[in-house]
Design a protein around this ligand. Structure first.
Ligand SMILES: NC(=O)c1ccc[n+]([C@@H]2O[C@H](COP(=O)([O-])OP(=O)(O)OC[C@H]3O[C@@H](n4cnc5c(N)ncnc54)[C@H](OP(=O)(O)O)[C@@H]3O)[C@@H](O)[C@H]2O)c1
Length: 346
């Protein structure tokens, strides 16, 4: 018997569309390898319309409408005027994909979306750092109480294994501290400033290429990096911390002259994320640092990310994600879906 697994997607932007492309390409393979037919029963948007049909949405039509006009057509028989919470509840889905815009101030409304789904008995996959940076410990406990999974591989370094690396491949290892370059936009800006470009042109280019947050201050003021630092502390080091608890200095005060001065002395300036324990509490910091040219952190160019974990049993382990595109984001979500199929289904 082929099993049916249905998904409800909250937020239909770049990450969702890329995931849907991957799902359509891989549909037959999932059917063959996992004996599972995946369908989508709800798509909740904010300003571009929503679709709802517990019998299964016509994904090809939905994608065509989005490509043609940037929104779902009101003529689509599956069009819905319900709000996101209603779509989640009415979708009868087994899994919520939480892919709405990051809200750095409080992680909402994504936290409510996740809570609603878990209370409905749905598993949750999120690429949205907000809920993991703000409320991971409580949401994780709720997921466990409901015997559901809350998966979030994409939150840091897209599909590159970070959480899976620690949870699945390093049994018994404790993460003691970490250092990372985790925000592509600031890394890209610092590099482009070194090459003579201006802040404004560089931010526009980063947004055009799809890796900058819609609100550039989230990147240049270090908020995105602080959210990732908080997410790492909460998940890998059992912290209960939120982004404002992270000591944070952005890059807006860094001038081309300072970058040149650093280069002349054999350094590069990088925005570093750090997490460690102090007196039994987790601590985090995001700040621009002068790094020697021959250090591994100096070699991290453009949109590449690096995370080095200091562990008790395995010493230091570093993972690099080189020049990711939106497909790597889609893969993070897709890999969580396959993890779920392996662990909880049939
Ligand atoms: N893009 C990446 O490479 C990447 C990588 C890792 C993690 N992420 C995270 O993944 C999430 C999605 O990223 P993205 O690049 O797809 O962002 P995006 O293109 O801006 O799409 C987000 C979508 O969510 C919708 N939305 C916002 N609030 C909503 C609500 N309450 N209910 C329903 N829909 C809502 C927005 O609708 P409107 O269009 O109407 O505003 C938008 O279409 C973000 O949290 C992001 O930080 C992205």
């Amino acid at each position: 018997m082929i099993q049916q697994v249905s998904l409800c997607i909250a937020g239909f932007g770049s990450a969702s569309k890329a995931f849907c492309h991957m799902l359509m390409q891989q549909h037959q393979r999932i059917l063959k390898d996992y004996n599972t037919d995946i369908r989508i029963t709800g798509i909740a948007g904010r300003s571009k319309g929503s679709l709802l049909d517990p019998g299964g949405i016509n994904l090809v039509r939905a994608m065509e409408e989005m490509t043609a006009s940037g929104s779902f057509s009101r003529d689509n028989p599956q069009y819905s005027t319900h709000d996101t919470l209603h779509i989640i509840e009415g979708s009868d889905a087994n899994v919520l994909l939480e892919l709405t815009t990051l809200s750095i101030l409080d992680g909402q409304p994504a936290i409510s979306h996740i809570e609603t789904a878990l209370l409905k008995g749905m598993h949750v996959i999120t690429a949205n750092k907000g809920p993991i940076a703000w409320d991971y410990s409580r949401l994780k406990k709720l997921a466990e109480a409901q015997n559901r999974l809350l998966l979030h591989e994409t939150v840091v370094m897209d599909g590159t294994p970070v959480f899976n690396l620690v949870n699945e491949t390093l049994p018994g290892c404790q993460v003691l501290s970490f250092k990372g370059i985790l925000n592509s936009t600031t890394n890209f800006i610092l590099e482009e400033l070194e090459n003579g470009s201006s802040y404004d042109e560089t931010i526009k280019e980063a947004q055009r290429r799809g890796f900058a947050e819609a609100d550039p201050s989230l990147d240049v003021d270090g908020w995105d990096a602080a959210a990732k630092t908080s997410a790492l502390l909460n998940t890998l080091m059992n912290g209960q911390i939120t982004p404002p608890d992270i000591e944070r200095t952005g890059i807006t005060h860094i001038t081309p002259e300072e970058i040149k001065k650093a280069r002349d002395q054999g350094f590069k300036i990088k925005l570093l994320c750090e997490g460690w324990f102090e007196n039994g509490h987790v601590m985090g910091r995001v700040h621009p640092v002068w790094i020697r040219m021959n250090d591994i952190f100096s070699t991290i160019d453009a949109t590449t990310s690096l995370l080095c974990l200091q562990t008790d049993l395995m010493g230091e382990i570093c993972v690099v994600e080189r020049h990711p595109e939106i497909e790597q984001t889609a893969y993070g979500i897709f890999s969580d879906l396959l993890t779920l199929l392996k662990k909880k289904y049939p």
